[in-house]
Write a protein that binds this ligand. Structure first.
Ligand code: KG4
Ligand code: ZN
Length: 364
């Protein structure tokens, strides 16, 4: 559909949860416009995302954000070659707001649309950095809704290696933050307080650390924190600030230990030596430090020759593209340009496993 273009401009629309993102990706110059609005403050009052409010706010923000994005890029509506949008997974109403807008805009411009999988957007977001990973790699998708290891052999070629059997890591961060009385969304705040915590003042379990597979579980960890909090409250009538920081530290250490051990196993199992970390929890500084130092230690065993640990190259998306944004959708859309379809007749997919997406696309 695009053959013959010297370069292509793809507008990306993200509206799967509580961030409205619009970005413009140029196949020649990279990302040239990026506008984002986060609804965090609006939902904070309710302690979590209110789907109906989220949908209405997306509708309010999409047009002004598109205008801001085009202005930043020095582009006009007429310059857009295709409109990419998040088709799923996510909140049904929120997805519909972005999907309707993207289809209406593309229809008005007479241009095609590119339905994008939200997790593919996250997964490819490290390719927006100056230093880009090369295929194949192991991807750790770690967000509020997912914690998965994927073997990535190319665009669209994703094999699920293992995932959380219950809460996602980001969800565990948020729920633990909530029970410690931190404002929504607590993940980032919890991690800030963890920096002030004393190491090993508390110790929480490392769920499924020795499960010999790449499955993970985080809901028990949250319960362990709850038990510790109740014990402290019963003994002291409340929680001192330093004690809360110590609990945050112990919780974060437990999550990171599990993610690092499983990442090492995923790399060992696949024989890949490149790790790519994507999704909101990928913004966690401690996790970034730990995974940047990751090596593959040789298997232990009697009589084996001692081999040195093998080096791993770890890549993260630029900080601003860790959490939801339009840039990753514009980019993923551009990578899948050959799958563009005519605007209209669209549907959204609130539940949609990444392994069910169409394979392969020609990179622009
Ligand atoms: O990818 P994302 O923006 O949305 C989903 O697709 O889920 O991820 C949001 C998640 C939330 O659970 C949030 O608490 C978590 O990422 N998060 C963090 C940090 N920053 C965001 N978790 C731990 N440490 C952080 N610094
Ligand atoms: Zn996300």
């Amino acid at each position: 559909m695009f053959y013959g273009f010297y370069f292509m401009l793809v507008l990306g629309i993200e509206s799967s949860c509580d961030e409205t993102g619009v970005a413009l990706y140029c196949s020649e110059r990279g990302l040239i416009g990026n506008a984002l609005h986060t609804q965090m403050a609006m939902h904070a009052e309710y302690g979590g995302v209110v789907p109906e409010l989220a949908s209405r706010d997306h509708i309010r923000r999409l047009v002004p954000l598109t205008q801001a994005c085009l202005a930043e890029a020095g582009a006009d509506y007429g310059d857009i070659d295709a409109v990419a949008y998040t088709q799923g997974p996510g909140l049904g109403g929120a997805l519909l707001a972005g999907a309707s807008y993207a289809n209406a805009l593309a229809f008005a411009l007479g241009k095609p649309v590119l339905p994008v999988h939200h997790l593919e957007g996250h997964l490819l977001s490290p390719l927006l950095a100056d230093e880009r990973p090369e295929f194949p790699f192991v991807a750790l998708l770690v967000s509020g809704g997912h914690t998965q290891f994927m073997a990535v052999r190319g665009i669209g070629d994703y094999t699920l290696l293992g995932e959380s059997v219950d809460d996602a890591a980001g969800e565990a961060f948020d729920k633990t933050a909530k029970l410690l009385g931190l404002p929504y969304p607590g993940g980032a705040k919890l991690s800030e307080l963890a920096r002030l915590g004393t190491p090993d003042a508390f110790s929480f379990p490392r769920p499924m650390l020795h499960s010999h597979d790449l499955q993970m579980s985080f809901s028990g960890l949250k319960t362990a924190v709850l038990t510790a909090v109740e014990k402290v409250r019963a003994e002291h009538g409340g929680i001192a600030e330093q004690t809360r920081n110590d609990i945050c530290r112990a919780f974060e250490d437990a999550v990171i230990d599990v993610l690092a051990a499983k990442a090492e196993k995923a790399l060992r199992d696949t024989s890949f030596r490149t790790l790519v970390v994507a999704g909101g929890v990928g913004a966690n500084k401690k996790l970034r430090e730990r995974l940047s130092r990751l090596t593959i230690r040789p298997a232990q065993g009697k009589g084996r020759l001692k081999k040195p640990a093998e080096a791993v190259q770890t890549y993260f998306p630029p900080m601003e593209y860790c959490t939801d944004n339009g840039a990753m959708i514009a980019f993923a859309g551009a990578m899948r340009a050959e799958q563009a379809v005519a605007a209209g007749g669209f549907n959204v997919k609130p539940r949609w496993p990444l392994t069910n997406i169409v394979k392969s696309a020609e990179a622009v």
